[in-house]
Design a binder for this molecule. Structure first.
Ligand SMILES: [Zn+2]
Length: 196
């Protein structure tokens, strides 16, 4: 009797843990797919990251106006893609993901792919761009939470290293990106690194 009780207690504990573990992993955030935002096909397939999981996350701002509705944000994402493909002559939109102040995440090149956003970190980083100009203001909480959940999911799904370093674009290239206010803000985020 004693043994049986003990065994079932262990079984219950094991079953409980099994239920508990998936809850502690980051849940997949909703990502607006390329088809949903009306992406053009890339000129050619992006290369895979040289290092996976990616050891770096590089944060950008787009400059220009922000957006708080999916309709306007999607329009802007299409504009970025056109600019990158037509003027910059890149094969596709440069970022892995784009985030709006509508709280949505828009799929760029996606996970595991080399972007065109942060030379010489393109082959070892996930590049995330927040739509808007963050020189004199910080992004709203919807955008910050979207970035946070995207990175958390990237870590839990093996796309981003557990001990990844978070960098602002200005740490990898001569640029004001991601804007003074966002750059100050992100320095309080847990994985921000003073040096790459
Ligand atoms: Zn940038």
């Amino acid at each position: 009797m004693f043994v049986a009780t003990s065994t079932s207690a262990v079984f219950i504990a094991a079953a409980y843990l099994t239920l508990l573990i998936p809850e502690t992993a980051a849940t997949a955030p909703t990502i607006i797919s390329r088809a949903q935002w009306g992406a053009r096909a890339p000129k050619h397939q992006a290369a895979n990251l040289a290092r996976k999981p990616a050891p770096y996350v590089v944060l950008h701002h787009s400059t220009g106006n922000g957006c708080v509705t999916q309709a306007i944000c999607q329009l802007k994402v299409r504009e970025f893609q056109n600019y990158h493909m037509n003027s910059k002559k890149w094969s596709d939109v440069g970022y892995n993901f784009i985030v709006g102040e509508d709280g949505n995440i828009y799929e760029g090149r996606g996970w595991g792919k080399q972007g065109a956003h942060s030379k010489p970190f393109n082959n070892k980083s996930i590049g995330i761009c927040i739509i808007g100009d963050y020189t004199n203001r910080t992004p709203n909480s919807a955008a910050v939470q979207a970035v946070d959940s995207l990175i958390a999911y990237g870590v839990s799904s093996g796309e981003i290293k557990n001990d990844y370093k978070l960098l602002g674009h200005r740490q990898t290239w001569q640029t004001n990106c991601p804007g003074n206010s966002l750059y100050t803000m992100m320095q309080s985020w847990p994985h921000w690194a003073a040096a790459a």
